[in-house]
Write a protein that binds this ligand. Sequence first.
Ligand code: FE
Length: 343
Amino acid sequence: MDQNMLNEICLRQLTLSGVHEGETVAILSEGAERLDYADAFLYAARRLGAAAYHLRLPAPAGSSGAWAVGESGLAANPQAVEALKQADMLVDLKFLLFSKEQFAIQDAGTRILTAVEPAPLLARLMPTPELRERVEVGAELLSKASSMRITSPAGTDVTYRLGVYPTMSEYGYTDQPGRWDHWPAAFVFTGGADDGVDGTIVLSPGDVLLPFNTYVQAPVTFTIERGFITDIRGGLDAELLSSYIKSFDDPRGYGMSHVGWGLDERAHWHGLMQFPGGMGMELRSFYGNVMFSIGPNNELGGPNDTPCHFDIPMRGCSLFLDDEPVVVDGDVVVPEMRPAGRH
Ligand code: FE
């Protein structure tokens, strides 16, 4: 993307994020990655009258390819962490999520926005206050629920006992102290009690496996008992999932993690065909997807910090909170969560 356009969308982002005169915006990048994004955010912060600086970490010694969940590159730089804690807002171009350092920076009151997806996607899924409102309606409903049941025509029937972990919202910008968000995003989630997820989940062709960044080709059946996956059955996709999880040699890799639904009608289910190398935020966000996750729940304050993590957005599911329908056959049925024109 042309630098002027990148400047423009980053200006819109920081405007939504409430950046103003007297604030300090820090931008964190690593190696040669996204230096054009860093320039655009510096421009945007300055346009809004904020002080700004760019903190650039060296490229990591060895690159693993898949997500290096929880490795921030900041562990060896405590002085950098201290500096970032002093900022009002941190723009993370490197992906700190799940790291101790990210939590410490948030705890100090710094709001954090992650931006690592391809620039054309950032532009197309530019957050809006209207989308935020609908996400917050969802978060409000979810935070009051004591159970979630998910069903599908393929045979999914799983129940999450709620009420232990907080509800999180992601709508693509952040204007509150200490709050994290990811651009682009439009979904809500929480986690079941550590021993409170039971039932069966059956993945159908077209459901999405992140971070494999692939679409399921053949059904996969998960058996879940007391919060852990006890059996994974099916064809090639099931074997790949099993083999991957097993390679971590960590029983917590079978834990049930966050669960929720997506609300952005502009996000495409086919998104991975367009941006195969991204983080998959478009897939987490597409309207009416029901996403469950496997692995760590430390993001929600839980004890599981395994690095083995899957996010699995599913199509065509129904989701009930305390037996009230929220998503039916992949369509959101709560009027306040539907975009204008879908009533
Ligand atoms: Fe996740």
